[in-house]
Structure formats: structure tokens, C-alpha cells
Design a protein around this ligand. Structure first.
Ligand code: NAP
Length: 475
């Protein structure tokens, strides 16, 4: 057999997941010049982009414009996308190993973390991640129902997802209409009765994990006042000392913005966003559905690692709310046949090389990137250096790939396999056609885009576009 990584025997790589981390892994593979590498990216949805499509808030179009970079990556002749192909079902771990030298898991963190308090499963208690996926037209979540007839809502957590949820709930119909929010979500939010949104942080304002542009954005909403409590945004002695010892520009900016909100006269707008700090939920109250939330007031204390952690004071408060959105972070889900660290919610790895939990050794040919590698942290751009780190390990391993000897490591054998196992797969050309159709359908309603939210609609539209392309191609 000729040397692996040449024109005659390219290195064959499968990338599982088409979100930012998968695309940055593809980019790093395409940018190196030592080897000829071909890659196939798989996604269980017919559409690519992971959280850029299903997670980034609809009113943040600039963040979504990163997909232009992914389009360029996808245009490379050594790149292919297979959408609507689920790992573990339509293509198994064994099949991947037979068709590729290497696999990169880029599946993100697909579920929400749990609070572990009574009442978490009452009607009206929702995972923020589900609400986000719902308003972003994710097919798995589009049929969920959120009871927006309630006037008071609690959002638990002080991260950017909590910010997104609070902002979407408090935005006006006119503000939302300008976005690519799912049509059914726009309609449900148009008739929403929500008036008061309480964002509940368990630590103080200096420890909040939301970023400053998101905090400032709340203050620009046409329908909502932002309300903070003087005693909660006044810095405690431990936080002051920590900031004096180690300046933290993000915390400083957030404190400045929160103090501006404190000084700002309340305009009497019809909705209010209350930013609360140093409170932890202990019970979500109600018999059948959410009726309120019991909070304990916290003080901060220094942990052994030097961080400031919340400590319950024993002072309680009850907040009457009809909806609770739990927004305390995402966590990973195990993939069939792939090692998984259930406690950390990640694939165990060493700089991106997957580790076999039994032997504690790295597995040749298996790599991971993004949130399923490091946990759900950072912004989209964080995934770029993260992917480079993993791809660097993969490239270093190529000389050893000869010992893997995948039996069907040629492009055509993947097409043959999929024609049997999932003939309805979509390609990047199909996605480009869907993309254009969504934009056209949006323009007809004076909206930036009208997203498809059902898999069968996506597949039908892709098939129709394929036929139209074939009919217009001269023979
Ligand atoms: P996150 O930033 O990790 O925030 C999670 C929040 O939940 C923290 O405030 C955390 O408090 C709190 N929390 C955790 N356990 C809790 C508990 N038991 N009780 C009460 N509160 C608890 O996670 P995220 O908001 O899901 O965001 C995930 C990542 O995506 C982040 O890196 C975020 O910046 C990014 N993102 C970015 C954007 C954007 O750029 N616009 C938008 C959305 C998401 P502690 O700090 O005390 O642990």
C-alpha cells in the first residue's frame, strides 16, 4: 500500500457534528500542507452549523454571520457534508472505523444541567436550552409548548443563555419580527402575557458569567425597564479585595453597567427585567404547575481554590412566578461506542486525543473538539484554537495510521453505504439551496429568513431544488 496522506491514498477523516468546532477542525485539516486529507462531515439534522443555527439568539445576526467562513471551508473539493445522517444509527462507530483513518467528535453539549431541587419537573419548569432550541426552529423542539400566559417568569442562572432568554421574553413583537426567530415562536411571543422577568444569580455581580454587550443590550429594549437592587449590586468586601488583587475587566464593566441601571430612573415600561444576585433556588413551588420559587439568600465565601463561592445564609424569600427557565449550563451526551466521562459530561481526552477509560491510553485515530471535548464554555471563536490543538495531535499520529488499515477508506464506499442506510442524506449543495429558499421565503414576509423547522419539509425542499438543478443543467 502506498504511503497514507498522498494523492493516491489520502488520509480519510470523519467529522461528527457540523457546528463551529467541527468546521474549525475541517479548516485546520485543510490548511496544513504536509498531507492530502479528505474529510466527510456528518450531522443528524439536514442543516449544518449546530448552535450557530439552533443556539445563537435570533436578534444576534452578526454572530451568525460566521457561517460565511464555514461556506468557504465547505467549498473545498476535499470536504463533503452528509446531513440527516445520525452517528450510531445511520452510520455506526464500526462503520466509521472501516471507512476512515480518523474520526473527530464535534457533537457539542446536547442537553441541560439539572438543579437537583424539588419541583424541577413541575409543569411550567423548563430547560432554557429547550426554549432556545424552540425559538430557533430546531426540529426536535419545535413542537414544545411554553405557557406564556403567565405574567411572572424566573430565569435561573447568570450566563449568556439566561441573558438571551430574558431578552427574548422581554422584546417587543416589532423587535422580534426583524429577526429570523421561528414563525410559530414569533406568534406565541406576540400574544405573550409575560410582564416581569427575574434573572437569578447565585453569586454576586462581580462573578456573573454574562458578557457586557449582553448586559447593556437589556437596557435598550423598547418595552422593558431593567431593575436592580442597591444592596445586591454593591460590592461585598471579599469581591472588592479579589478585584483589587486581580483586576477583571469584564467584572468592572458589568459593575459599571449595573450601577448605571441602579441610577437610571424607571421609565414605567410595560415589562420589567429584574437582575437579582446572591440568591439560590431551593424549591420550585406548586402542586401541579409552577406557582413560585423559594430562594435562599447567599453570602460569598472563599473556597480552597481561592474562588468566591455562594454560602446559604438561612434567610429565605418566596417569589411568585408561573414559569421557571433553568439556565445553569449545558452538558454532553454519550455517543454509542465512544468513551464518555459522565461526571464531566465530556469525551475523556488528552489535548483532543480520545482516551480509553479501561487502559487510560489514547486511542489511535479518535479525536474530539469543542464542548464535548472541554465542556460548555467560551464563545464561538474559542473553538478555533481548541480545534487546532486536536488536529495537531491527529497530524502527528498520521505516520502511525498504517496500522489501523480501514478496509474501505475511499470516498465512494461511503456513498455506497449511505445509499443503503440513509439514502435521504443531504449535501452542502442541498443546504445552500435551503438557505436561499429560507431567505426568499423570509423576504416575501419582510423578514430576514423564514426557517424550516420540520425535517420532512427540509428534505422535500432539498429534493425539489435538486430536481430543479438537474433540469436546468445542460446534458
Ligand atoms: P454559563 O456561562 O456557564 O452560565 C451558567 C450560569 O449558571 C452561571 O451563572 C452559574 O453560576 C449558574 N449556575 C450553575 N449551577 C447553578 C445552580 N445550581 N444554581 C444556580 N445557578 C447555577 O453557561 P450558559 O449561559 O449556558 O452559556 C454557555 C456558554 O455559551 C458560555 O460560554 C456563554 O458565554 C456562551 N454563550 C455566548 C453567547 C453570546 O456570546 N452572546 C450567548 C449564549 C451563550 P456560577 O458562576 O456561580 O457557577
Amino acid at each position: 500500500m502506498s504511503q497514507i496522506g498522498t494523492e493516491t491514498t489520502p488520509v480519510r477523516v470523519a467529522i461528527i457534528g457540523s457546528g463551529p468546532s467541527g468546521f474549525y477542525a475541517a479548516d485546520a485539516l485543510l490548511k496544513q500542507t504536509d498531507y492530502v486529507i479528505e474529510m466527510d462531515m456528518f450531522d443528524r439534522l439536514p442543516t449544518p452549523y449546530g448552535l450557530v443555527r439552533g443556539g445563537v439568539a435570533p436578534d444576534h445576526p452578526k454572530i451568525k454571520s460566521v457561517t460565511k467562513v464555514y461556506d468557504k471551508i465547505a467549498a473545498h473539493p476535499h470536504f463533503r457534508l452528509f446531513g440527516h445522517v445520525e452517528f450510531g444509527k445511520d452510520i455506526t462507530h464500526d462503520e466509521i472505523k472501516a471507512h476512515y483513518h480518523a474520526v473527530i467528535y464535534a457533537v457539542g453539549a446536547q442537553t441541560d444541567r439539572r438543579l437537583g431541587i424539588p419541583g424541577e419537573d413541575l409543569i411550567g419548569s423548563y430547560a432554557a436550552t429547550e426554549f432556545v432550541a424552540w425559538y430557533n426552529a430546531h426540529p426536535d423542539y419545535r413542537d414544545l409548548q411554553f405557557d406564556l400566559s403567565q405574567e411572572r417568569v424566573a430565569v435561573i442562572g447568570n450566563g449568556n443563555v439566561a441573558m438571551d432568554v430574558a431578552r427574548i421574553l422581554a422584546s417587543s413583537y416589532e423587535e422580534l419580527r426583524k429577526t429570523d426567530i421561528a414563525d410559530y415562536a414569533l406568534e406565541a411571543l406576540r400574544t405573550s402575557k409575560v410582564k416581569e422577568v427575574y434573572m437569578l444569580g447565585r453569586r454576586g455581580p462581580a462573578q456573573a458569567s454574562f458578557t457586557n454587550p449582553e448586559l447593556k443590550e437589556l437596557g435598550t429594549l423598547s418595552l422593558a425597564d431593567v431593575i436592580v437592587k442597591a444592596d445586591e449590586v454593591t460590592l461585598d468586601p471579599l469581591s472588592s479585595a479579589a478585584l483589587a488583587a486581580t483586576p477583571d475587566p469584564l467584572a468592572e464593566k458589568n459593575l459599571k453597567t449595573l450601577n448605571e441601571y441602579l441610577q437610571r430612573p424607571i421609565a414605567g415600561k410595560p415589562r420589567q427585567i429584574h437582575l437579582r444576585f446572591l440568591v439560590s433556588p431551593v424549591v420550585i413551588m406548586g402542586t401541579e404547575r409552577v406557582e413560585g420559587i423559594r430562594l435562599v439568600k447567599n453570602a460569598l465565601q472563599q473556597a480552597d481554590d481561592g474562588t468566591l463561592r455562594p454560602r446559604a445564609t438561612g434567610e429565605f424569600e418566596e417569589l411568585p412566578v408561573g414559569i421557571v427557565f433553568r439556565s445553569i449550563g449545558y452538558t454532553g451526551v454519550a455517543l454509542p461506542g465512544v468513551p464518555f466521562d459522565a461526571k464531566a459530561g465530556v469525551i475523556p481526552n488528552q489535548l483532543g486525543r480520545v482516551i480509553d477509560p479501561a487502559t487510560k491510553q489514547t486511542i489511535l485515530g479518535e479525536y474530539t473538539v469543542g464542548w464535548i471535548k472541554r465542556g460548555p464554555s467560551g464563545v464561538i471563536g474559542t473553538n478555533k484554537p481548541d480545534a487546532v490543538e486536536s488536529v495537531t495531535q491527529l497530524l502527528a499520529d498520521i505516520p502511525n495510521f498504517a496500522e489501523l488499515d480501514p478496509t474501505q477508506a475511499v470516498r465512494e464506499s461511503v456513498d455506497t453505504l449511505l445509499l443503503v442506510k440513509q439514502p435521504n442524506f443531504t449535501t452542502y449543495s442541498d443546504w445552500s439551496a435551503l438557505d436561499q429558499l429560507e431567505i426568499q421565503n423570509g423576504a416575501a414576509q419582510d423578514r430576514p429568513r423564514l426557517k424550516y423547522s420540520r425535517v420532512d419539509q427540509m428534505l422535500d425542499a432539498a429534493e425539489a431544488a435538486r430536481r430543479a438543478r438537474a433540469a436546468s443543467t445542460p446534458v
